[in-house]
Design a protein around this ligand. Structure first.
Ligand SMILES: [Cu+2]
Length: 192
């Protein structure tokens, strides 16, 4: 019984977090293209005058087994992203086309480098040693965002209200729509 109470309290705390005095609710959603689920879709809620990102451990875009992980990382504008080499071989990370342009050079196993994504946009990342390595960093001008999992589902946290959402996925046009955050409504993100 005691274990159950502790667990129940933990679940409630997770579902209704408090951030800077504003109540935050979970919003669940699915991303799909026709009937097919879309993994690695990025969804964010439009806000004006959002407060600066709180200090937190930097999100990680890892290098291991000759891959970047995650394949798609979504961060808020101004976020410093950590790029460790946790593989068994040298890697390089560069982005030259869109978004944040940089080249971290070739670096050895165990080394860590950082990039701050200071503007909204999509950065395409590659390794100049391994042509098969590719990833995206999507930086959004909102504190309320999520990326979909392999089943196309996602959960983001936001204060209650009505929002416009934006959604991105690789190789398709961005879509937009309305989202209600009330603790029960879900968000359906659909590409044709
Ligand atoms: Cu590489």
């Amino acid at each position: 019984m005691r274990v159950f109470c502790v667990l129940a309290t933990a679940l409630v705390t997770m579902a209704v977090g408090v951030s800077g005095g504003a109540e935050m609710l979970d919003v669940h959603g699915t991303a799909h293209a026709g009937a097919r689920p879309v993994p690695d879709a990025v969804v964010w809620l439009e806000v004006s005058g959002a407060r600066p990102a709180p200090a937190s451990p930097p999100p990680v875009l890892d290098q291991r087994n000759l891959e970047f992980f995650p394949h798609v990382l979504v961060v808020r504008v101004g976020t410093r992203v950590k790029f460790p080499n946790n593989d068994r071989v040298f890697h390089n990370v560069f982005s030259f086309r869109d978004g944040r342009k940089f080249d971290l050079g070739v670096y050895p196993v165990g080394a860590v480098k950082y990039v701050t994504f200071d503007r909204a946009g999509v950065s395409r990342l590659f390794c100049n040693i391994h042509p098969g390595m590719a990833a995206y960093v999507v930086s959004v001008d909102s504190p309320y965002f999520a990326a979909s999992d392999s089943a196309g589902t996602f959960t983001l946290q936001a204060p209650p209200g009505r929002y416009t959402y934006h959604a991105w996925r690789a190789g398709a046009s961005a879509v937009t729509g309305s989202a209600v955050v009330d603790g029960t409504s879900s968000v359906d993100v659909a590409w044709p």
